[in-house]
Design a protein around this ligand. Sequence first.
Ligand code: HEM
Length: 235
Amino acid sequence: MATRTLSLADTTIGKKAVMAVSGAILLGFVLVHMAGNLLVFSGPEALNSYADGLRKLGPLLWIARAVLLGAVLAHIWAAIALVKANDAARPIKYQVVQPVATTYAARTMRYGGFILLFFILYHIAHLTFGVTVPGGHAAAPPAGMPGALAGTDVYYNVVASFQVPWIVGVYVLAQLALCLHLYHGGWSFLQTLGFNHPRYNALRKKFAAAFATVILVGNLSMPLAIMAGVIKLPS
Ligand code: HEM
């Protein structure tokens, strides 16, 4: 009978490590992406120059995109593999389901993960390709618009979109799902790293809650400020 050497990725701890490393890359992206997007509060010049600067990175931007896509795919693969291993370890379900915190967290991770996947697909279609941007995707700022640059008019695409209530609704729901996912993901990531001691557990939860809250508040501030008319299209 042919034998195969067990690789680290075949083991539960290996899959958890894949989950943690890919999750850490995604946590970093979410933070940096939010910080960049917050430039919308500084006006078209600031946001569009930043977006243009990213585009000018050329091959480096494509490397970053490849790492990001790899992290998303690895994260989904490890999640499915861990769920399968979990179910195989208990083929006969518990007769009495206790509403314990861990099963609640695991359920929200599975459903939340799906919601986020659909959100990311919509989000790229929306802001990268312009699907549902009112008046059409602005490939370049209209002539005479302050901050006119050669690249895509990210400021117009973002601000015009968040004047549409249903688009704001989609983003608000997605940010709530992201917040729960980051909270659970953040503390299990620290647990996988080894911060699993009664002395650190409360700290771990506080850190994860603080991170998830910062991302929630930052990401919600943009659609809500635009909808409230605090951020406007230049006249
Ligand atoms: C209100 C919050 C957000 C705003 C205003 C925003 C804005 C943007 C903009 C303007 C782009 C670039 C479009 C382009 O010119 O190609 C973009 C791309 C992207 N965003 Fe967001 N974003 C938000 C939240 C998020 C969240 C929560 C995630 C992930 C969970 C995310 C993931 C991505 C990804 C993966 C891309 C494509 C990156 C690339 O192709 O280089 N965004 N976003």
